[in-house]
Design a protein around this ligand. Structure first.
Ligand SMILES: NC(=O)c1ccc[n+]([C@@H]2O[C@H](COP(=O)([O-])OP(=O)(O)OC[C@H]3O[C@@H](n4cnc5c(N)ncnc54)[C@H](O)[C@@H]3O)[C@@H](O)[C@H]2O)c1
Length: 466
């Protein structure tokens, strides 16, 4: 039983190791919906924990401030004291980062599980009772087996039951996704103790998620479902993006195609908007991991199939830059180009794997002057481009970013970019002024009317050149 003020007891102590984009919001919502549980989130990153305890949270996520404010200090606590938190916990969610391996066997493809393994060792070291360990991080299929082996060798006679409970939230809509999930997946071993542990995890979500949305499966299906869900989402993006290239050759309009194709109820309309390509910390790494797994199980055709999803994503980013160079008379030397947006998508400050990183690097290689503006991602952009050389500016004000620029490249679909006064922007730009809309976000006929040469994705361009 956990502590609750002086006298009142909490039903259970939940701990989450890893206070990142997943750990923070997920546990804040669990705390909100489960006042009978005490929830602690720990991290080795002291600065991050300090931010979680401050008025400026370490991540921007619509609605998150309100949730955290409602429960922090009541049944939600952020701390760096990992040993004490492990000792006190009945259930431990592990939400540490599992990036793509950058060294040794499987470099560039496989998941780097060093943080996960380190966490397992910490759990062994500091536990003095049996616990349920929940895989929240996205991991390769059968990771739980390896973790179970590590945890079993604890030398203290403790039992750790491993549950897979992958997280499906999307950054930018995390709070809504957590409050109203399409489904919650809980995977366990098909043993009596495994099923009992799965019920305990399902009970947490049952505080607010309808029973028919809580899916229980075996461990391996649960682990693999997460990779497959991300692969399918990314595959839709790559599918429509590949067709956007064909549209540009044939004068077909990708908007018409998305609508016509997405109207088929078997296909559906979502994730069919053409753009500069997907970013974010998950899609690329999870697909590459799937590819690696398929290859290591002797399934090269399956691996090749999924690898093309990543290849098309690279192709889409490459051709976006090539088009800028081509349309701007094959040289960008000394020309200022304003990047509107740097986050990998709207409503987040996260820039991990953002197409903006690739575009900025390439433009700098072409010796353009790059001026970046983004409502939430400028700190991350600065970090991403540290030491890159060349001429890069960071502007909070989009009008300043556009001043003296010859082109705007729209990278992130922030709604705020739709609201700008493009007549005013046009006036301060060098002519001829170009606009490359990497998200098909803006009103292209209107921009053309103002005087811009407009290059959408997968739609005919609108130019004033003869
Ligand atoms: N970001 C997303 O949208 C998303 C969505 C679903 C699933 N996931 C998965 O969730 C996992 C976490 O992703 P994230 O975006 O929250 O990562 P993140 O990098 O934002 O957060 C991970 C945190 O874990 C901490 N950490 C690492 N090792 C630790 C240790 N031994 N002890 C304590 N803290 C430790 C890090 O300091 C970091 O703050 C990944 O496996 C990811 O694939 C992410």
């Amino acid at each position: 039983m956990g502590r609750k003020g002086e006298n009142v007891a909490f039903k259970k102590n939940l701990l989450c190791i890893g206070a990142g984009y997943v750990g923070g919001p997920t546990m804040a919502v669990i705390a909100l919906k489960c006042p009978d549980y005490r929830v602690t989130v720990v991290d080795v990153n002291e600065e991050r924990i300090d931010q979680w305890n401050s008025d400026r949270l370490p991540i921007f996520e619509p609605g998150l401030d309100d949730v955290v404010r409602a429960v922090r200090g009541k049944n939600l606590f952020f701390s760096t004291d990992v040993p004490a938190a492990i000792r006190a916990a009945d259930i431990i969610f592990v939400s540490v980062n599992t990036p793509t391996k950058t060294f040794g066997e499987g470099a560039g493809m496989a998941s780097d599980l060093q943080h996960w393994e380190k966490t397992a060792q910490q759990i062994i070291e500091h536990s003095d009772g049996s616990k349920i360990i929940v895989e929240k991080s996205t991991v390769p299929v059968r990771t739980a087996e390896a973790m179970e082996r590590i945890l079993r060798m604890n030398g203290k006679g403790l039992r750790f039951e491993i549950i897979s409970n992958p997280e499906f939230l999307a950054e930018g809509t995390a709070v809504r996704n957590l409050l109203e999930p399409d489904r919650v997946l809980v995977g366990s071993l098909e043993t009596e103790s495994g099923r009992k542990a799965a019920r305990e995890i399902a009970d947490i979500y049952a505080h607010w998620v309808p029973a028919d949305k809580i899916i229980t499966t075996n461990l391996w299906s649960s682990e693999l479902s997460k990779l497959v869900a991300n692969a399918f989402l990314a595959q839709r993006i790559s599918s429509i993006n590949s067709i956007s290239a064909l549209c540009e050759k044939t004068d077909a309009d990708i908007g018409d195609i998305s609508f016509a194709v997405g109207s088929d109820s078997r296909i559906g309309p979502r994730f069919l908007a053409a753009g500069i390509g997907f970013g974010g910390s998950c899609f690329r790494k999870d697909i590459l991991n799937l590819v690696y797994i398929a290859r290591s199980y002797g399934l090269p055709d399956v691996a090749d199939y999924w690898e093309m999803v990543v290849r098309i994503n690279d192709f889409q980013q490459e051709r976006f830059v090539q088009r800028i160079v081509h349309e701007m008379f094959q040289t960008l030397v000394g020309k200022k180009i304003a990047l509107f947006g740097f986050a990998f998508k709207a409503n987040t400050g996260d820039t991990r794997e953002s197409p903006g990183i690739y575009v900025a690097r390439k433009l700098i290689e072409e010796r353009a002057v790059v001026s970046i503006t983004d409502p939430w991602a400028l700190d991350n952009a600065r970090r991403d481009l540290e030491g890159i050389g060349g001429r890069v500016e960071f502007q909070t004000d989009p009008y300043r970013a556009a001043e003296g620029a010859q082109a705007i490249a729209l990278i992130t679909g922030w709604d705020a970019f739709r609201q700008l006064d493009y007549e005013k922007i046009f006036r301060v730009m060098v002519k001829p002024a170009f606009l490359f809309d990497g998200r098909n976000l803006l009103d292209h006929p209107r921009l053309f009317q103002i005087g811009f040469n407009v290059y959408p994705l997968g739609k005919p361009s609108r130019t004033h050149f003869a």
